[in-house]
Design a protein around this ligand. Structure first.
Ligand code: SAM
Ligand code: SF4
Length: 327
């Protein structure tokens, strides 16, 4: 079991498989993209699966595959097959922009990988295009409805962006009300590759909730797991639920159970902190397994208590892009 220096159990790994993406969401990176890493710096599929196996042995039982866009990696399904065969791994999930997932839906189902988070920040095509800088709304919406009808546990991630998409919050809830999905509204974080600087946000979780309340006064709070980052609700008469994720306000650090590994093997113990070690170089050297285990234990033994504390030691934190961190 992995326990950090603040007595929090770490059982959830967010594993980024690439820093590349076929969209250019303006809250995540500049229009020209970022300086993507050279391919040889990215962990190979064998290295990713070996790393996953080591971490599962140490006590990780949930892995979320993220990126960049995971499905730009053509060999992703090979990794997913290996993860699905890992004993001790109870939950495999994927976060995706749903542009490229179509051809893999059947096999994901066969592998039992049923938890898929789809990032969708608009239901209006033009808004989608201006946020993502790509014209792929129909593809995303088509794949989203297919996932829902095939019985996947779908969660929609919608980032509330001032002056961009907040007019779509209520229509999104209206559109999803007949489906068993969870629509999660996230606060925007300043991880956009340095293209947009801010130290405060207008659309925090309280404002989002008030906005929803003005259209639907009748909703109830749901009981959420202790380690959940979302505060969850259900509107009367809706099959869907909705959640608020205070990713910028950071109200959830006390129960954080996560570890992040980037596509290049950097270990990040807090979104707002610097990478604490790199596992790629350790894995590519002799006697790697024991050294990897030791590096992970060391990283987990020195975590910041909160995102605010982590940020204090990391002046350049807001130059990062979420496409390299994995969200
Ligand atoms: N490409 C995939 C996707 O978009 O779902 C996976 C990677 S993306 C970096 C992971 C998550 O981070 C997405 O839900 C995305 O909306 C979120 N994200 C990206 N940039 C963000 C930001 N600046 N603030 C808050 N969330 C962000
Ligand atoms: Fe790509 Fe996801 Fe970043 Fe959008 S949020 S640019 S889909 S990595």
């Amino acid at each position: 079991m992995l326990i950090d220096n603040h007595n929090r159990q770490i059982n959830y790994l967010r594993l980024a498989v690439t820093d590349r993406c076929n969209l250019r969401c303006n809250y995540c990176m500049p229009s020209e993209g970022i300086n993507f890493e050279k391919r040889e710096k990215l962990l190979s599929i064998d290295e990713l699966s070996e790393l996953a196996a080591i971490l599962v042995e140490q006590g990780i039982d949930k892995i979320r595959i993220t990126g960049g866009e995971p499905f730009v990696r053509k060999d992703l399904i090979v990794l997913l097959r290996k993860l699905a065969a890992l004993e001790g791994l109870k939950d495999i999930s994927v976060t995706t922009n749903a542009t490229l997932i179509g051809p893999y839906i059947d096999e994901l189902k066969e592998l039992g990988i049923m938890n898929v988070n789809v990032s969708l920040d608009a239901i209006n095509k033009e808004t989608f295009k201006s946020v993502t800088r790509r014209d792929l709304y129909d593809t995303v919406y088509g794949n989203l409805t297919r996932l829902i009808s095939e019985g996947f546990n779908v969660r929609i991630n919608f980032i509330a962006l001032e002056n961009q998409n907040t007019q779509d919050i209520i229509p999104m809830l209206e559109l999803m009300k007949h489906y068993p999905v969870s629509v999660r509204f996230l606060e925007e974080m300043p991880f956009n590759g340095g293209s947009k600087n801010f130290t405060a946000i207008t659309w925090d979780y309280k404002r989002i909730l008030e906005h929803i309340r003005s259209a639907y006064p009748d909703f109830k709070k749901l009981v959420s797991p202790k380690t959940s980052t979302s505060i969850n609700y259900q509107i009367n008469g809706h099959k869907s639920t909705f959640g608020l994720i205070p990713s910028f306000s950071r109200t959830f650090c006390g129960s954080c159970n996560r570890l992040r590994i980037t596509a290049t093997g950097d270990v990040i113990t807090c979104l707002y902190g610097k990478p604490v070690t790199n596992l790629r170089d350790i894995m590519r050297s002799p006697a790697s397994t024991e050294n990897v285990k030791e590096a992970i234990l060391k990283a987990i033994g020195s975590r910041a208590r909160t995102g605010f504390e982590a940020q204090q030691n990391h002046n350049a934190v807001f130059e990062n892009s979420m496409t390299s961190i994995g969200g």
